[in-house]
Design a protein around this ligand. Sequence first.
Ligand code: HMG
Ligand code: MG
Length: 300
Amino acid sequence: MKWPESVTIKEVGPRDGLQNEKAWVKTEDKISWINQLSLTGLKHVEITSFVNPKWIPALADASDVVKGIQRVPGVVYTALVPNSRGLEKALEANVDEVAVFMSASQTHNRKNINKSIEDTFSVLEEVVQDALSAGKSVRGYISTVFGCPYEGLVSVENVVRISNTLFDMGIKEISLGDTIGVANPIQVQKVLEDLLRRFPAKKLAMHFHDTRGMALANILSSLDMGISTFDAAIGGLGGCPYAPGASGNVASDDLLYMLEGMGIQTGIDREKMHEAALFIQERLGKSLPSHTLQACGTDS
Ligand code: HMG
Ligand code: MG
């Protein structure tokens, strides 16, 4: 196995993490937390989503969060956007980057965004064109790449077709989501073999949820395939409320521990990440799943 010299971690805790929490985190706490994350060395933070607040009440304060944070030069602040209505608000709040999303499986797509896969393309096409015209970069998520909670295994052909369509729209990077944490390292290798025949590794990122404890193993498998961008959520927060059984993302702090131990650069200060994890753990009033955080009594 050969490893890259450096890896990019994209922090999605403030969006993927908080969207799945029942507890309301106060806007000023979200802002303080994102400000802490901005000083860790992270270069990408997904800070909220401009979806219908009836669907995701925990992020109903998206505009106030984006407008309230102190932006650190060099950090890209991203927001998740489902449609033109969301984009309008995201542009008004002046995010740096927009992330659009859809699923590789029909049923999850409908449950999550109330549309068929075909009908989603025209909605996203408009969002992407308008975001690019406004000078924003656009990232795309494909969910349920490795399995769907409603349909089971998902054909890699669906993933290829959706990736082609999204790249044709002008999206610069696609993040492949294991939404319900069902992938294993061999499956990851096989799916990536197919995708990497068509798309360069630098245009792909991986987004592993850790529902079955497979996320770090799947990241190693992806690293071995030449992928070097990974989404992660501090403390192991995360989950999609419209995918039953979906729990936290790979914990950024665990990923950081592994990469640092392997001598792979991330540019992120592990101690500062630890402080930020403790902050949100305290605000949520419950212990978070990150192993590193749980081990902090003996090893931080
Ligand atoms: P819809 O009901 O089909 O929307 O929802 P609609 O266009 O028919 O409009 C219905 C109402 O929603 C209207 O309001 C619209 O104004 C309003 P009314 O007239 O009834 O008062 N509306 C909005 N309000 C605020 N912001 C908006 C917006 N759009 C419409 N942007 C919609 C469609 C997409 C809006 C809805 O299904 C939705 O919000 N879904 C979001 C679900 C979500 O956030 N899921 C979690 C994120 S995805 C994820 O976690 C996976 C990922 O992490 C990768 C992985 O792990 O695989 C990315
Ligand atoms: Mg996710």
